[in-house]
Each structure stands twice: as C-alpha cells, then as structure tokens.
Design a protein around this ligand. Structure first.
Ligand SMILES: *[C@@H]1O[C@H](CO)[C@@H](O)[C@H](O)[C@H]1NC(C)=O
Ligand SMILES: *[C@@H]1O[C@H](CO)[C@@H](O)[C@H](O)[C@H]1NC(C)=O
Ligand SMILES: *[C@@H]1O[C@H](CO)[C@@H](O)[C@H](O)[C@H]1NC(C)=O
Ligand SMILES: *[C@@H]1O[C@H](CO)[C@@H](O)[C@H](O)[C@H]1NC(C)=O
Length: 961
C-alpha cells in the first residue's frame, strides 16, 4: 500500500511531464500548420521559426497557468485558407476558439467536435460551406456562433444535445434544407440567446420554447414560419428582445405577451398578424414596437400613450382605424414614428415632440383631419416630416416649414391653406419640400432662398400669387421646381438661369407675363413647361432648335424667330420688334413685316435648295414627311431630319425586343443609336400587343429621359408620330457585355471586368437609392449592359423598368412579370413582385458571368441548373472556389476575384432580405478593388485578335494605392 502511495504521484508526475512535452511540440505544430495553409498579413505575428514555446505570448493566443493554449482568437485577421481539420489534436486544452471574419474556404473542420473542452466557438463570417457534423460531442459548449456562412444540407439538430449552451447563432445561413424547430429545443434551459434568422426555418414556433425561461433574445426573422404565435411565449419572463419579422405568422398576437415585463424590443413586421393586444402596449420597458406590413385591424390601444419608454413605433401598412392615441409621446422619448398607410382618422397627436428627440414623423396616406398641431412648431429635432395624402386643413404652423434639421417636409395632397411663413429660410438642411395639391395662398416668400440645400420644390396646384421671387436663383442645388397651377403673375426671373442643376421646371398654368429670359437657354433641364401663361415676345432660338416648342403652348403672345425648323410650328413668326411692344407706330410694323417677308423668302429659298439637293441623292426621304412630336432630354447637336434621312437598311445594326436599331453617323462626326419601334400603321387596329408596346415605349421614355448617370445610357430624344416612334440614344461603340464575355472576339482582363462590375453597381445604386421614387430595372442581364469606347459600362433597356412608388422608407411592389430566364430572382418568378432586391439578384448573376466567364445557363451545369447552383457546388473547398474563376484571366487576381465571388453569392441569396442593397454592393466592390494590392493597376487590358489595348483607369490616385 505504502509503495503504491509513493509510486502513484511519481507516475503521475512522469505522465504529466511526458504529455506536457508532447503537447508543447504539438501546440507549436498548430502554428506551423496555420502558416502553411493560410495567407494574410497578420500571420507575421507568429514567429514560428523561433521554435521555442513562446507561443503563449503570440498575438491572439492565451495559455493557462500550465502553459497550455486554451484560447485562440484570430477574429477579423482577414486570413485566407483552410482551417486545420483537427485543431484539438494540437491544442487539446482549447476552451475558446474565435476565428470569425476570415476567409476559411472549404468545409467546416469536422475535427473540432473532438475539442471536448471547447466552451466558445465563433466561426461566423468565414465563407464556410458544406454540411455540418453531429455536434453532440461538444458537451462543454456554452457559445456557438456559425452565423453568415454558406452551410447547406441538413440543419444540425444535434444542437439540442448541447445542454450547456447559453448563446446560439446561426444567422444568415440560407442554404440549409428547410427544417423545423424541434419540440425538444426546450432542453436547452440555459440558453439566453437564440438567433436563427434567415436559416430557412419553416413550420410553427413550438410552444415548448415557452419553457426556455432563460431566454433574453429570440430571433427568428427572415424565415418561412407559419401558424399562430404560441401563447406560451408569454412565459419567457426574462425576454428582452423578440425578432420575428419577414415570416408568414398569422392570427392575433397573444394577450399573454403582456406578461413579458422585461421586453424592450419587438419586431414582428412583414407577417400576417391581425391584432395588437392592449396588454402588449402596457409593457413597462417597451422601447421599440415594429409591426409594419401586417394585417392589423382595430384601433391602436390608447394605453400606448402612457408609455414612458417608447422610442420607436412603426405600424405602417396595416388596416388600423380610429384615432391615434392622443397621449403618444407625452411622456416617452419618441425618436421614430411611422403610422403611414393605414386608415387612421381623427387628429394628429399633439405631444409627439415632448421628448425633444423625434427624428422621423411619418403619417402619410391615412384619413387624418383637423389642423397640424401648433405644438409641432417645437419639433426642432425632426429630420423627416411627412403627412401627405390626408385630410389636414387650416394653416401650417410657422415652425413646421422651418425645421432646422429636416431634409424632407411633405405636406402635399391635403387641404391646407394659409401662407408659407417667412421662417422657411431657417430650414437650412431642407432638401425636399412638397406642398403640392393644397390651398396655400399668398406670396412665395423670398426668404425661401435661405433654405440653401433645397433640391426639390413642388408647390404646384395651390393658390400662390404674386411674383416668383428672383432669390430662388440662389438655390444652387435645385433639381426640380414645380410651380404649375398657381396664380403667379410676375415675369419669369432671369435668375432662374443660375440653377445649373435644374432638371425639371414647370411654370405652366399661371399668369406669368413678359418675355422669356434669353439666358434660360443656358439651362438643360430634362423637361420644361411654360405653357398656358401670358408670356409674350420671342421664344429663344435654342429652345426652338431643341424641339421644345411644346413647352410654350398656350401663350398667345409668344412668337418664333424665323429659322428653318420653325416653318411648321403653331406659333406666329416674330416681327423684329415684337419685344418692344410700346412702339406702336404703324410704319414700324409695316417695315418689320416687310423685313420678315424678305427673311422668309430668303429662308425658303435656302431651304428649298437644300431640300432639292437631298431629294436627288436620297430616295428614303418620303418616309421623313411624317410630322413628329419631339421630346428631348439633352441639348441636341443634331436635328430630326438628319436622323430620319439616315434610317436606311444599311445602317441597321440589330433588331431589339421591340424594334429595329440603327447606327447613325451624324454630320458632326458623332454617332447615335436609333431604335425604331414597329410602326403603328403596320397594324390597322390597336391590338393588345400594340397597347403593350405603347406602354413599353412610355416607360422607357419617361424613366430613361429623366436619368443622368455616367453608367446609364443616355436617351437624347424621342420622336413620335402616327406611324413612327423613334428613340435616339448615345451610341455605345463596344457593344454589349454578353458579346464581350461570350462572343470570343475580345478578352477583358480582371481589372477591366472589375471596372464594369463597379460601374454597373453604381448605376443601379443610383436607380435604387438616389431617385425618388426609386427605379427597379427589372431586366438586368449582360446583353443590357453596353460598353462605351473605353469599355465603361452603361445600363440600357428600360423597356420594362417600373417606377417604384416608395414611401415612408419602404418599397411597395409592382406586379407585371418581366425579366429574363437565368437572371430572374426566385421570389420574382413565383410572386411576380419586383423589388430592388430582384435587381440585386440579377446583378449577382452578371457578377458570376464576369468572374467565371460562363453563361448564366449552360448545359454543363446539369438539367435545369444555372450558374448559381454550379458555383454553390464548387465553393465548398478552396480548390473548388479557385476552379470557378475564369482561368483565362484569374492569374494573379485569384484572391480579388474570390472577394467578388463572395459578393456575387451574397447577391444571389435565395431570401431577398439576405441580399445586400446596391449601395452595400458598391461598398463591398470598392473593398475588393484589384488596385488595392497591385499599385501598378492604373490601367486594364482588352485583347482583340492578338492585339492588346490598354485603357487608363481614370479615378483619383488615392483610391489606387
Ligand atoms: C443526442 O445525443 C445522443 C447520444 O449521443 C444521440 O443518440 C442523439 O442522436 C443525439 N441527438 C441528435 C438530435 O443528434
Ligand atoms: C414545459 O415544462 C413543463 C414542466 O417541465 C412541462 O410539464 C410542459 O409540458 C412543458 N411545456 C411544453 C409546451 O413543452
Ligand atoms: C399571463 O397573462 C395571462 C393573460 O393575460 C394571465 O391570465 C396570467 O395570469 C399571466 N401570468 C402571469 C404569470 O403573470
Ligand atoms: C394611463 O395611466 C393613468 C395613470 O396610471 C391611468 O389612470 C390611465 O387609465 C392610463 N390610460 C390608459 C389608456 O391606460
């Protein structure tokens, strides 16, 4: 016995010595392995060559008192490579492993399940794919974060065996097979946080979750959950946050939720919930209540007005009726308030600004009546104030138009009257002011020029009178100025010509007098309207030449200076002195009539000569005698005759979806593309096709004409007559992206393709985020991306683009099916609802084309399989991911291309909510810039027939270092 007791500690010591020696060796082996399979700057933190056991001092490494590594934290090191399959063979004492925000290509390293002491595992944002193993052996695990990867196959229901779990996050793994929350999830009684958002969960929320009383945070958003909310959730007495938005939950919100006394944050938006119980509105700590886009009926419980904690209330797009609780915000520090698109009536709640923190106040599209409360004058924190489309009446409180921080004030489409207060000049941050369709009267105060950031002003359809203040010319940002249908009775101020950014100007249907200032022609708006006023004198020649005469109709005293284009207009030709009305002597008139006649004769002779010359060598002229309506969007350097004369067969370059495309070289050396839509006469009746065609045309013209962006094809003008419809575009020398990628004639290197991707993304971001209302293109594909002389991309073909009516910060949807197979977002195919996220998806497909050089649908992918599927089958491993890249160009750009591949995969997520916005895509692309690594990359190459052209990348130098 005695021997034993001596021997045992000795043996133990020996054993420990041995195992320490082995593990020390093994432990350093871990760093050797890591350095072998990973690339990334941060690895230089590990001085492996040194060979000693100094790894305990390495960055990101933690050892216990015996010198065993128990913690590896290389979170956010931007490493790329494959993580060792069996990390705990080297590090058997590992308790904490944080390797998130790296590029761990390939599968989940299954050997991690041998880490029997592991308490925390964070592999989020690591680009991992493949299926997950049985996690049951990880019995010590308290925290598991595998969010934002690309795992697929069966969801690892074995997580229910990890009864020590306190934190569990599988957020954004939308490629799992559909799965349901298991009843026995309630075994995990220590669990405080569950995040299964965008994980392809379907079915019902099990009632047993109500037994998981440690829960503080329950997040199941962006899934396919159905059925009713179990009342048992009301037992979660520690719950602080519940996120269930974007599901298909239905029925009433259980009254038992009123028992969740710790609850602060509720978001169950975008479901089919029908009733908001009063008990919920009494929760003592409620700070955010978001239930927008549901089927809520009935009134908003008045109890919500007693809240002292509420900061965010968002209930837009429901069927709520009755009054808005009068006391809302009386004792709560409201920040955001959106009750838009309901059927609320009664008056606006007067105390919403009591907390002094309100930023967003949105109650548009309801039936609110009465006055805007005088107390709103004190809402000085407001950023956005929109109460349009209600039945508000009375005067606008002075302070409302003077909010010092507001960027949008929209009071349009009400019954407001009274004056625009001079204090409007205090609205220094205002960019959009909408007061149209009210009964506002009096003068437009000159002080409006103090609101120097104004971009859009719409005061149309009111009773404003007096002068248009010349000071308006100080609003140098102004893009849109709509003053039509008022009683303005001054002359047009000269100062308007300083509005160099003006795109839309409408002064029609007023009582404006005097001449049209000649310098207005310095402006190049997309659309201008001076019609139905009392203007007199000559229309400046440049407007006549630009085909803008229509904008001046209904001004009986206007005239047109003699010019060859003016012979057919409805306006009288000007006498020389028509702008000097005061001279009234008959002989002067006589003389000028004489001069005009001489002028006309000279003009006609010149015209006839030219005409004859033309008839002699061009027999297509007959077709040009249809009379055209012209709508132009840019200052034109050509006239319509020149276009029409050149529309002969030899100039045809293609046949588009709805017509013939001509390339026309103009006498000034430029080229334009002209799309001639099938003639109406060809069909004697307006068939359904015809109606569709006209609609298509109108869409294309209206959307494209109003857009100015370097990555969107310019529509110069539009001619229409009974039998011809012509659209004149800028000509894109290098054709479309499809031909450039798949036509086999040119080879674009990666920097060239990257430039194209970034340009298209910027164009789309502009359509989605910079326009009000935003535009969804709806048919993004490589044939609709055209390349200019420098291979810079421009998005074309808005034939089916639709203007989204976006209000209150969310997108409503449109329902005409369009798009092209292979590029079509899955949800669009079955719901036919176009959203900006559908464009993001199609853009993701184009990115994959650029990266892989493959077409969206190829026989190689398998029957009914597309490029997205094909990519997903490959990216499980690093080799697979490299294999996807277009080998003709990947060379030294592999890592940069992989970065863009990640973006493409994100863009093509099945669930629209997981796709990034186009603005985010632009940011991500900028981060993937191949110039970042290659300082020399200031140019890109295009190879054509063994010839290589080099193009400079024109952008600020800093970006390229
Ligand atoms: C939980 O662990 C047990 C015992 O190891 C195993 O039989 C069972 O399959 C596991 N459950 C799941 C869902 O994996
Ligand atoms: C919750 O736990 C109790 C007690 O263990 C049990 O009786 C009940 O069935 C559980 N409820 C659900 C819905 O699982
Ligand atoms: C929970 O709510 C229900 C209904 O509102 C109520 O009857 C019940 O007493 C509440 N339970 C607790 C524990 O407060
Ligand atoms: C608001 O609180 C007061 C004081 O506690 C109470 O008398 C009143 O009934 C409450 N109002 C509503 C609508 O619940």
């Amino acid at each position: 016995m005695a021997n034993h007791s001596i021997l045992c500690p000795f043996l133990l010591l020996l054993f420990c010595y041995c195992c320490q020696a082995t593990t020390a060796g093994n432990q350093s082996q871990f760093f050797v392995e890591m350095k072998k399979s990973f690339t990334g700057d941060m690895l230089s933190n590990w001085d492996v060559a040194n060979g000693s056991n100094s790894f305990c001092n390495y960055a990101g490494v933690g050892c216990n008192s015996q010198g065993y590594i128990e913690k590896i934290d290389i979170s956010g090191w931007s490493l790329s490579g494959q993580f060792p399959e069996d990390v705990c063979r080297y590090l058997p004492f590992l308790r904490i492993l944080r390797v998130d925000h790296n590029n761990l290509l390939g599968r989940f390293p299954n050997g991690i399940t041998n880490c029997s002491l592991l308490e925390e595992l964070n592999m989020s944002f690591d680009l991992l794919g493949g299926t997950l193993p049985d996690l049951s052996p990880l019995q010590s695990l308290k925290s598991l974060d595998l969010s934002s990867n690309f795992f697929q196959g069966k969801f690892p229901l074995s997580f229910t065996n990890l009864t020590n779990l306190e934190f569990l996050n599988f957020n954004e793994n939308g490629k799992f097979d559909p799965w349901e929350l298991p009843e026995n999830i309630s075994r995990l009684t220590k669990l405080r946080v569950i995040i299964f958002s965008t994980c392809n969960v379907q079915g019902k929320i099990p009632a047993s979750i109500g037994n998981m009383t440690s829960l503080v945070d329950l997040e199941l958003s962006g899934n396919y959950l159905t059925g009713k909310l179990p009342p048992e959730l009301g037992n979660l007495k520690n719950l602080q946050q519940i996120e269930l938005y974007y599901n298909a939950l239905e029925g009433e919100i259980p009254v038992e939720f009123g028992n969740l006394t710790e609850l602060r944050d509720i978001d169950m938006s975008v479901n089919k919930l029908t009733k908001l119980p009063e008990s919920l509105c009494r929760l003592p700590k409620l700070t955010a209540l978001q239930l927008y886009n549901n089927s809520l009926t009935g009134e908003i419980p008045a109890a919500l007005g007693n809240s002292t904690t509420l900061t965010l209330l968002s209930l837009y797009e429901n069927f709520l009726t009755g009054k808005i609780p009068e006391n809302l915000g009386r004792s709560a520090p409201l920040v955001g308030f959106d009750l838009s698109e309901n059927q609320l009536s009664g008056e606006l709640p007067p105390y919403v600004c009591n907390g002094g923190k309100l930023l967003y106040f949105l109650v548009l599209e309801n039936k609110i009546s009465g006055q805007i409360p005088e107390s709103y004058s004190r809402c000085s924190s407001i950023l956005r104030f929109r109460v349009n489309y209600n039945q508000l009446e009375g005067r606008i409180p002075d302070g409302v138009l003077a909010f010092p921080h507001a960027s949008i004030i929209d009071l349009s489409n009400n019954r407001l009257n009274g004056l625009i207060a001079r204090t409007i000049g205090n609205a220094k941050n205002l960019s959009e002011l909408f007061l149209q369709n009210n009964r506002i009267s009096g003068f437009l105060p000159a002080e409006i020029s103090g609101a120097i950031n104004l971009v859009k002003i719409d005061l149309s359809n009111n009773l404003l009178s007096g002068p248009i203040p010349p000071e308006i010319g100080n609003l140098r940002q102004l893009n849109l100025l709509l003053l039509q249908h008022n009683k303005f009775n001054s002359s047009i101020p000269q100062s308007l010509s300083s509005l160099q950014l003006l795109n839309v100007l409408d002064l029609s249907n007023n009582l404006l007098t005097g001449n049209i200032p000649g310098n207005l022609s310095e402006l190049l708006p997309n659309s201008m309207n001076f019609s139905n006023n009392l203007l007199s004198g000559p229309i400046p020649l440049s407007f006549v030449m630009g085909g803008l005469l229509e904008s001046f109709a209904g001004n009986p005293d206007l005239c047109v200076p003699p010019h060859k284009n003016t012979s057919t207009t409805k306006f009288p030709l000007c006498s020389r002195d028509s702008n000097r009305k005061t001279i009234n002597c008959l002989w002067v008139i006589g003389l000028s009539v004489g001069l005009v006649i001489v002028g006309i004769v000279l003009f006609l002779r010149r015209w006839l000569r030219k005409d004859r010359a033309r008839t002699e060598n061009d027999d297509t002229l007959s077709s040009s005698f249809c009379s055209y309506d012209v709508k132009s969007f840019h200052r034109l350097s050509f006239d319509q005759r020149e276009i029409i004369e050149s529309m002969i067969d030899k100039n045809i370059v293609g046949y588009g979806g709805s017509g013939t495309v001509y390339k026309i070289e103009l006498s000034n050396g430029e080229s334009v593309a002209v799309k001639k839509l099938w003639s109406r006469k060809a069909k004697d009746f307006a068939t359904d096709d015809q109606l569709v065609l006209d609609k298509e045309l109108k869409n294309e013209v209206d959307t494209l004409g109003s857009i100015r962006h370097k990555n969107i094809v310019k529509l110069y003008c539009y001619f229409s007559s009974l039998d011809c419809n012509l659209l004149v575009y800028e000509y894109m020398l290098n054709g479309n992206l499809w031909d450039a990628l798949h036509g086999g004639k040119v080879l674009l290197d990666w920097p060239a393709r990257y430039q194209i991707a970034l340009g298209v993304a910027q164009g789309l971001a502009y359509l989605h985020h910079d326009l009000m209302p935003p535009i969804i293109h709806r048919d993004i594909k490589s044939t609709n991306i055209l390349l200019d002389i420098n291979y810079q991309p421009k998005v074309a073909d808005f034939g089916i683009a639709k203007v989204l009516q976006a209000r209150g910060g969310k997108d409503s949807t449109t329902t005409v099916i369009a798009g092209t197979y292979g590029y079509l977002a899955p949800e669009y195919a079955y719901s036919s609802k176009a959203t900006t996220k559908c464009d993001v998806y199609s853009f993701g497909v184009v990115l994959m084309e650029l990266i892989t050089g493959k077409k969206p649908v190829e026989a190689d992918f398998g029957e009914n399989k597309n490029i997205i599927y094909w990519v997903s089958t490959k990216v499980d491993t690093k080799e697979g991911a490299y294999d996807v890249l277009d080998k003709k160009i990947s060379g030294s750009f592999k890592d940069e291309m992989i970065k863009v591949l990640r973006i493409a995969i994100g863009c093509t997520c099945k669930t629209p909510a997981s796709r990034p916005s186009m603005n985010e895509v632009v940011q991500l692309l900028i981060e993937a810039d191949p110039c970042r690594r290659f300082g020399s990359c200031k140019s890109f190459n295009i190879k054509t027939n063994n010839k290589v052209d080099t193009f400079n990348i024109t952008k600020p130098k800093e970006q390229c270092q």
